[in-house]
Design a protein around this ligand. Structure first.
Ligand code: SF4
Length: 336
């Protein structure tokens, strides 16, 4: 019987008996029978196939604040799906149960079924998340087209390492917003994420922004990896100069996971990261994974008025008036 999770991969290029995968910037060149770095794509009978089409490991309706996307339909719910595998090797992965294993048998959810589930559960949008969503490119494209037809928004929570070609396809299909994880400076990302070139991630952030995709950036602040002033300042500066000072930056607390055993990020380190972001001119910097902290809220960058109060994943109050500060009238960059 044909395996329903196996489908011809969309982006591939033949080179003799080898095939280059063009889904992500690892650009694996695969001999017959060989599987790529992420373990989700194989050269099978001279064709590159994905092994995880419609293979859903995790499915849940989540507040958009969980992504986190704080400036995109605040208080809305996105039906969120993940699959298996990752193209990064970060040893601190907080979703390692699904991202670090070879594809297993998940639930078979067709794009049509996924969009119907989103509508049935009164979601306002979709999100592909948990493991690296780029690896579900083929399925995501179909989901996005169908979801957009139904008036739903589409989001990705990603390490941003897809090829420019894959990103263009996602945007053409209806990608509305992304949260991209910037994990550190060039050396830290190359070393810890196993050979990754972080400049490609920055390139994709710029490309997404130029094409009108709403973008927010997350940095998991990890002791011994990126919590030093130079790393954090470098990230904040690049967000400001390349993506714009209105781009939200989430500095999130890390917890012990997978193969990394450093102690959890102290609150003081997150607050210091917040200050660095503000010093570099970023207008919206948020603390993550510290429920109840005042720096989860949105304040007006001009007059300091409380605009959106959050508690964990909930919006407690939203005081915006026509996307402007009700105190001083300043326009606030929030998609609604
Ligand atoms: S998606 Fe997987 S197989 Fe394709 S280039 Fe990236 S790591 Fe390699």
């Amino acid at each position: 019987m044909t395996d329903p999770f196996v489908r011809e991969a969309l982006l591939q290029e033949r080179s003799g008996d080898r095939i280059r995968c063009l889904t992500c910037e690892r650009r694996c060149l695969l001999k017959p029978g060989e599987t790529g770095w992420c373990r989700t794509r194989t050269n099978q009978d001279s064709t590159l196939v994905t092994l995880i089409y419609a293979n859903v490991s995790t499915l849940s309706a989540n507040p958009i604040e969980k992504k986190p996307l704080y400036h995109f339909f605040p208080g809305s719910i996105a039906l969120t799906a993940g699959s298996w595998g990752c193209n990064f090797g970060c040893p601190w992965c907080q979703n390692w149960e699904s991202s670090k294993s070879a594809p297993r048998q998940g639930r078979y959810v067709t794009p049509r079924r996924f969009v119907d589930l989103a509508l049935d559960s009164h979601c306002q949008g979709t999100s592909i998340s948990f493991n690296e969503p780029t690896l579900s490119l083929e399925w995501s494209l179909e989901v996005f087209r169908l979801a957009r037809e139904q008036g739903l928004y589409n989001t990705f929570v990603t390490n941003g390492y897809m090829t420019a070609q894959a990103l263009d396809l996602l945007i053409d299909a209806g990608l509305d917003a992304m949260n991209v994880d910037i994990k550190g400076d060039e050396d830290a990302v190359r070393k810890h994420c196993k050979g990754v070139d972080v400049d490609k991630v920055w390139r994709n952030c710029c490309q997404a922004r130029e094409r009108g995709v709403h973008l927010e950036v997350t940095t998991l602040v990890i002791p011994g990896v990126n919590e030093d002033e130079e790393s954090l300042r470098g990230i904040a500066r690049r967000i400001g100069t390349e993506l714009g000072g209105e781009t939200p930056w989430h500095v999130s607390g890390y917890y012990l996971a997978y193969k990394f055993h450093a102690p959890p990020t102290p609150l003081t380190a997150l607050e210091r990261a917040w200050q660095i972001g503000k010093d570099e001119g970023l207008e919206y910097v948020y603390l993550g994974n510290v429920a109840g902290h005042r720096l989860e809220n949105t304040y007006c960058p001009d007059c300091g008025r409380l605009l959106i109060e959050r508690r964990g994943l909930s919006v407690v109050q939203n005081n915006l008036a026509d996307n402007s500060c009700p105190g001083c009238g300043r326009a606030i960059a929030i998609v609604t």
